[in-house]
Design a protein around this ligand. Structure first.
Ligand SMILES: NC(=O)c1ccc[n+]([C@@H]2O[C@H](COP(=O)([O-])OP(=O)(O)OC[C@H]3O[C@@H](n4cnc5c(N)ncnc54)[C@H](O)[C@@H]3O)[C@@H](O)[C@H]2O)c1
Length: 493
C-alpha cells in the first residue's frame, strides 16, 4: 500500500491526507473544486506540528501529496481510495459507482460516511465486495478510532486488508459487526447531543455548563475506560450487577428524552451564542491548536499505561522501531556496513528547547537513548528479550556539544560500536543536522548487560553478541572518533 487516493478534500479528506503522509504513504487528492488544493496543503501544514510531537519513534520518509480534479486519473493510480464527499446518499452512490468503474477491482474503496449504511452505498458499484465504511473522527490525524463496517456484499478479506492498512497509519480499527445507521459512536454521541439540545431548549443549562458537566468528570474517565467498565467499578465489589440493581430503576424514570427537540431559531441562537461565549474570542484555528496539543499529551500519558489510545500508540511505536531496525527492503540501496549506523531521524520539538530556543541538555541524552533503543532492536534486544529478565544498563555517558540545534531543526544520529565483550558494549553516537550533515554533538556510552532478577552483570546472549560483534567488525576500519575517551577539556575543540 503506497498510494492513497482521496475523493473529497474537505475537513475529513485533509485529516486523512495529513495522517497518511506522516506515516510515509503518498496521497493523490481529488476534489471537484480546484481551490481545494490550497486548502488541503494548508490543512496538512496545520496538522504537522502536533503530529510531529505524537511520537519520537523513527518514521519512514514522508509521503508526497499531489492534487487533481480528475477523479479517473486518481482512481487509476491509487492502491486504496477513501471517499470523503458530503453526507448525501444519492451523491455518494453516484460517485462511488463512478470511481469503482475506474479503479482496478482489487483496490479497496472506503467511505468516511458518518452514518449511511454500507449496503446502500455499495449498491451501484462495480466489484462491491471491495467496499467498506471506514469512519474516522475529527481530527483524523490525531484520533486513532476508525469504525470499519461492511455491507451485504463486502468480503471479509476487505475488512481485514483495510484494518491492516489503518493500523499501519497508527489507527485503531473497530469492526462494527452489524451495520446500523450511525454505526456505534455517532449513535452514542447523538444520544448525548439530543439531551444537550433539550436542556438548552428548556433553559436548564447553558452550552458551557453542559460541557463542564462532562469535561470535569465523565470526560476524564472516558479517555481510557468506557461507560460500561466505569459503571462496573462504580458498583463496588459486586460490579455491574450491583450497579444495575441500584440504578436500573432510574432507567425507567423519565431522566432522558431521547427524541430530538424541534430545531427552532431560538434554540439555534442559544446554541450558537453559548458556544461563542465559550470560545471567548479565540479563533477556530487557535482552539484547534489547543485541542491538538492536549490530544497529543493525553495519548502520551495513556501510553505509559498501555491503555486505550495509549496502547495503540505503543504498538505503533513498536512497529516503527522494528521497521527502522529491519534490513533494507530487497532492491533498496543497502546502507554501507562499514559506516556508522544511521539509526534515528528526528526533529527538535518545541518542548525540547530552553530559554535560548536551543535544544536543552537532557534532550541530547534522550536522542542518544533512542539511538541505543534502535541499535538494540537491530541486534534482537526487544521487549521479549527484556521480559526474559535480561537487559543492558547505561553505566556511563559523556556528551560533547559542538553547535546548537534550534526548534524545528531536522537531525539524525549515527552510531559506531567501539567495543563489545562478554558483558559490556561501548558505543559512540554523533548527532548531525540533516540540512548540511554538520555534527552538532557527540555522545560516548558504556552499557553493561545485566540479569535483572539477580541485579548483577551477566554475559550477553550469544545470538545478540554475534550481531554486535558483526557490526563492530564491519566498522573496524573507521578511525577512532576524536572525542572518544575524552575527559572534560579546558578549551573547546
Ligand atoms: N466533519 C466531521 O467531523 C466528520 C467526521 C467523520 C466523518 N465525516 C464524514 O466525512 C465526509 C466528508 O465530511 P467533511 O466534513 O470533510 O465535508 P466537507 O464539506 O468539509 O468536504 C467535502 C468535500 O467534498 C467535495 N466534493 C463534493 N462533491 C464531490 C465530488 N463529486 N467529487 C469530489 N469531491 C467532491 C467538496 O468540494 C468538499 O471539498 C461526510 O460523509 C461526513 O459525514 C465527517
Amino acid at each position: 500500500m503506497k498510494t492513497l487516493g482521496l475523493l473529497g478534500t474537505g475537513v475529513i479528506g485533509g485529516g486523512w491526507a495529513a495522517r497518511a503522509l506522516h506515516f510515509g504513504i503518498d496521497v493523490i487528492a481529488t476534489d471537484v473544486k480546484p481551490e481545494m488544493e490550497a486548502w488541503i496543503r494548508g490543512a496538512v501544514a496545520n496538522a504537522e506540528p502536533a503530529l510531529a510531537r505524537l511520537t519520537s519513534a523513527p518514521l519512514p520518509p514522508k509521503g508526497e501529496l499531489s492534487f487533481t480534479t480528475d477523479m479517473g486519473a486518481m482512481a487509476e493510480r491509487a492502491d486504496f481510495i477513501q471517499e470523503n464527499i458530503p453526507e448525501q446518499l444519492p451523491l455518494k452512490q453516484r460517485v462511488l459507482a463512478e470511481v469503482s468503474r475506474r479503479a482496478s477491482p482489487d483496490v479497496i474503496i472506503a467511505s468516511s460516511t458518518s452514518g449511511l449504511m454500507p449496503s446502500e452505498l455499495q449498491r451501484e458499484m462495480l466489484a462491491p465486495q471491495r467496499f467498506c465504511v471506514a469512519h474516522p473522527f475529527n481530527p483524523v490525524y490525531l484520533l486513532p478510532l476508525v469504525e470499519l463496517v461492511g455491507g451485504e456484499k463486502t468480503a471479509a478479506a476487505t475488512i481485514e486488508a483495510a484494518a491492516t492498512y489503518l493500523r499501519y497509519i497508527g489507527m485503531h480499527p473497530l469492526h462494527v459487526r452489524r451495520e446500523v445507521p450511525g454505526h456505534l459512536t455517532d449513535r452514542l454521541q447523538e444520544a448525548l447531543w439530543r439531551e444537550i439540545l433539550h436542556m438548552v431548549n428548556d433553559g436548564v443549562a447553558t452550552t458551557g455548563e453542559l460541557d463542564d458537566a462532562i469535561v470535569y468528570g465523565p470526560g476524564l474517565r472516558w479517555a481510557a475506560m468506557g461507560t460500561n467498565l466505569i459503571y462496573h467499578l462504580a458498583g463496588g465489589e459486586a460490579g455491574m450487577r450491583h450497579m444495575l440493581e441500584q440504578f436500573g430503576p432510574c432507567l425507567k424514570w423519565p431522566w432522558t428524552k431521547l427524541q430530538a427537540p424541534e430545531l427552532t431559531d431560538a434554540l439555534i441562537d442559544c446554541m450558537v451564542e453559548g458556544t461563542q461565549a465559550q470560545a471567548g474570542g479565540r479563533s477556530i484555528r487557535e482552539l484547534e491548536r489547543l485541542r491538538d496539543d492536549y490530544l497529543v499529551a493525553v495519548q502520551q500519558v495513556l501510553r505509559q499505561y498501555g491503555i486505550g489510545a495509549g496502547g495503540t500508540l505503543r504498538r505503533l511505536e513498536e512497529r516503527l522501531y522494528e521497521d527502522a531496525a529491519a534490513p533494507a527492503a530487497p532492491g533498496a540501496p543497502a546502507a554501507d556496513p562499514a559506516a556508522p549506523l544511521r539509526l534515528v531521524d528526528t526533529v527538535v520539538r518545541p518542548e525540547w528547547v530552553d530559554y535560548n530556543a536551543h535544544m536543552t541538555d537532557y534532550r541530547y541524552l534522550q536522542v542518544f537513548g533512542e539511538a541505543m533503543d534502535a541499535l538494540y532492536r537491530r541486534v534482537g534486544v526487544d521487549d521479549a528479550y527484556r521480559r526474559s529478565g535480561r537487559m543492558f544498563y547505561n553505566v556511563e555517558t559523556h556528551v560533547k556539544h559542538a553547535h546548537e540545534a534550534k526548534v524545528g531543526e531536522p537531525l539524525y544520529v549515527t552510531t559506531q560500536v567501539l567495543g563489545v565483550d562478554d558483558m559490556r558494549l561501548h558505543v559512540f553516537h554523533r548527532l548531525h543536522r540533516r540540512r548540511d550533515d554538520a555534527p552538532i554533538a557527540s555522545g560516548e556510552q558504556m552499557h553493561v548487560h545485566v540479569d535483572s532478577g539477580a541485579a548483577r552483570a551477566a554475559p550477553i546472549d550469544p545470538a545478540v553478541r554475534a550481531k554486535l560483534d558483526a557490526i563492530r567488525d564491519a566498522q573496524a576500519a573507521l578511525p577512532a572518533p576524536r572525542e572518544a575517551g575524552r575527559r572534560i577539556g579546558r578549551t573547546s575543540g
